[in-house]
Design a protein around this ligand. Structure first.
Ligand code: PLP
Length: 369
């Protein structure tokens, strides 16, 4: 039995006629840059999340970049964030000329440990970027409280967490701005790159809207130095079709997560593998376990045709491009341990019960043979 980490072809087969019709419509309209498909998708996302504004942009990376620019994060400012995320979280901070200041994670949620944020504050701090990693909502309350006391902007990196919620509100809408990614492997994935900035702040929304078209509101007049950061109309058309299925797919991901919990519990592996629990609002973009023998386990599962992945093997403070920041091994022990131990298992909505049972059986075999 083959169990890929993700199989997008299965999802495509189910929605193919609608997707092809949507693409066909864009081709008929020959309206590829912004226009009605992008506008409609922005409104649908705003409604879905309960955000006042949604601005379609090129990617999740540009969503972070544009949110930071619009929030007025300037060269030399410090932005606090997690060292355990996809590179774009920190890269976007550096791209605006600011400096990422890392804060260790909580070993259970894999998200920023709020109790450690305050100690990392300096007078140069201007913003915080909590990441809802793997689709699990970060513990935002203490971060928002601290930020409001210190006058810091908070930008949620919700790239992996569309539809996740925190105290009943969708993540991305709880702070100054949220960044979404429509990278194909995300819970709402396009046929290429795509992203969105969401916010309840009208002034910030207007600024992002302007910055994504080279800082222009009127043709060929440039108020700010922006970027070409627009969401593609073809992507918007495809994503509109998919958005109608998102809640059902999310529920299926949660059902699959519960299945793993049950299977690992029955196999007596639940605690040893630090199997994630189904906390409220978690949308399981990834289902991540831990193993002291992670690399061996990954190789063993690959030999049984089970796809797994390590998100992420090198913490951000250990990246070659950040050597100049002066961090070293041991600075963020929880992030470093997670980078050595975590392993993502297949959790996509179409993975079958039989395939999940096989994954757990093979992990059991790895430990007991
Ligand atoms: C946590 C996180 N932040 C930012 C990004 C960047 O998104 P994109 O790949 O759409 O640029 C990603 C996804 O790749 C991500 O997982």
């Amino acid at each position: 039995m083959r169990v890929p980490l993700l199989d997008l072809k299965l999802q495509y087969q189910k929605i193919k006629p609608d997707v092809l019709q949507a693409i066909h419509q864009v081709c008929e309209d020959q309206a590829f840059i912004l226009g009605p498909h992008v506008e409609a998708f922005e409104q649908e996302i705003a409604k879905y999340l309960g955000a006042a504004h949604a601005i379609g942009v090129t990617s999740g990376t540009d969503a972070l970049l544009l949110a930071l620019m619009a929030a007025g994060v300037n060269p030399g400012d410090e932005v606090l964030t997690t060292p355990y995320s996809f590179f774009a979280t920190a890269g976007s901070i550096s791209r605006v000329g600011a400096v990422p200041v890392f804060v260790d994670i909580d070993p259970v949620s894999y998200n920023l440990d709020p109790s450690k944020v305050e100690a990392a504050l300096t007078p140069k701090a201007r913003a915080v970027i909590p990441v809802h990693l793997y689709g699990r909502p970060a513990d935002l309350d203490p971060i928002l409280a601290l930020a409001s006391g210190e006058g810091l902007a908070v930008i949620e990196d919700a790239a992996q967490a569309i539809g996740a919620s925190w105290h009943g509100k969708r993540v991305g809408t709880l702070a100054d701005a949220g960044a979404l990614s429509f990278f194909p492997s995300k819970n709402l994935g396009g046929f290429g790159d795509g992203g969105m900035v969401v916010t309840n702040d009208a002034a910030l929304a207007a600024k992002v809207r302007r910055l994504r078209v080279h800082g222009s509101e009127r043709r060929y007049e440039h108020i700010d130095i922006g970027i070409n950061g627009r969401l593609d109309a073809l992507q918007a058309a495809v994503l509109r079709v998919k958005l109608a299925h998102l809640d059902e797919w999310t529920q299926t991901r949660r059902r699959n997560a519960q299945r793993y919990v049950d299977l690992f519990t029955r196999a007596g592996l639940y605690e040893m593998l630090a199997v994630p629990s189904l906390v409220d609002g978690h949308v399981f973009n990834q289902f991540v376990i831990r193993s002291k023998r992670r690399d061996e386990l990954k190789t063993f599962l690959a030999s049984r045709e089970i796809g797994t992945e390590v998100y992420y093997p090198i913490p951000l403070h250990m990246q070659p491009c950040y050597r100049h920041l002066g961090y070293g091994e041991g600075d963020f022990p929880e992030a470093e341990l997670a980078a050595r131990e975590t392993l993502a298992l297949p959790i996509y909505p179409e993975v079958t019960e039989t395939q999940q049972a096989f994954v757990v059986e093979m992990i059991d075999q790895f430990y007991h043979s």
